[in-house]
Unconditional design. Structure first.
Length: 294
């Protein structure tokens, strides 16, 4: 792990000994440079400049460790712990190179973004993949998410893609930051296990066509129901933002457009909900090979 560019303040340069886990520093001031950096990482510009992001909560941090995602720094607030497993997780992060900082609740609240903080926030490096970085099986199922605007929707889409066994996600013309704290939270940590590549729509469409992957565009403006098309061959399901849907480039460039039937007054579904329905139709057609259900 690279050395932090932020100097240690002498008043806080001591390890706490009263905790059942390793501690490098006890940070008591909101003005500490490490705390200020964590606060700054709530902002997209600072995340992109530093190429770092925040991981909050026991489950997300555990899944990051399970996938060997480096944790550079770990802020802990024992008074906010909600279980008994936190010390083991903290020790595991420390063993893999994370610096562990304890903070009081009023300092921790500066950078925590959950309504009920669990007393665990990690700082980790971003990773950026291109489509060619995806390692695909002979009959892949892919998801293309185009210009998704709301972080919560994008995180839920990733969660559904992981649950459906998608082999990779192409994030195109992104409106929201993949490493937005709410994306990480809504993904429930699946962001660490699911390969997500970034590209423009033109790049993604050309990449898919060059590999013979059939493209299925979701839109209400078609007669083809999603249950009536073959999803068993190499396939990319394409979804767009709720406000305007997919662009003409996708609608004209895709191999087929499909719709989900709408039987009530609503004329559209939440994009994360629609994505889940489409992906699980592909799962149904391909046959469930493994998994433990809900």
């Amino acid at each position: 792990m690279p050395e932090s560019p932020f100097p240690i303040r002498p008043a806080e340069n001591h390890a706490a000994t009263a905790f059942p886990f390793p501690v490098d520093l006890n940070l008591t001031s909101p003005q500490n440079p490490r705390v200020k950096l964590a606060v700054a990482l709530q902002d997209r510009r600072d995340r992109e400049r530093e190429q770092l992001f925040l991981i909050e909560g026991y489950r997300a941090l555990t899944r990051a460790l399970d996938r060997n995602w480096p944790i550079h720094e770990l802020f802990v607030c024992p008074e906010l712990f909600q279980g008994e497993n936190e010390p083991a997780l903290i020790a595991a992060c420390h063993e893999r190179g994370a610096k562990v900082y304890t903070t009081p609740a009023h300092v921790f609240a500066k950078f925590a973004y959950r309504e009920r903080p669990e007393g665990l926030v990690g700082v980790a490096p971003q990773r950026h993949l291109r489509p060619d970085d995806l390692k695909l099986p002979p009959n892949p199922l892919l998801l293309v998410a185009v210009a998704i605007e709301k972080p919560g929707n994008l995180g839920t889409i990733l969660r559904s893609a992981d649950a459906a066994g998608v082999h990779g996600v192409l994030l195109c013309d992104r409106c929201t930051d993949l490493y937005n704290p709410n994306v990480v939270r809504a993904s429930t940590g699946t962001i660490f296990s699911l390969p997500v590549a970034e590209a423009t729509s033109a790049e993604a469409l050309a990449w898919l066509h060059a590999r013979g992957i059939r493209t299925l565009a979701a839109t209400p403006h078609t007669d083809h129901l999603h249950t009536e098309v073959d999803m068993t061959s190499p396939l990319a399901v394409i979804v767009g933002c709720e406000m305007i849907g997919l662009s003409d480039d996708w609608l004209k460039g895709a191999d087929l457009a499909v719709r989900i039937p709408m039987l009530g007054q609503a004329d559209s579904l939440n994009v994360a909900t629609a994505t889940t329905i489409l992906l699980y139709e592909a799962v149904r057609q391909r046959g469930v090979k493994h998994g433990s259900g809900l």
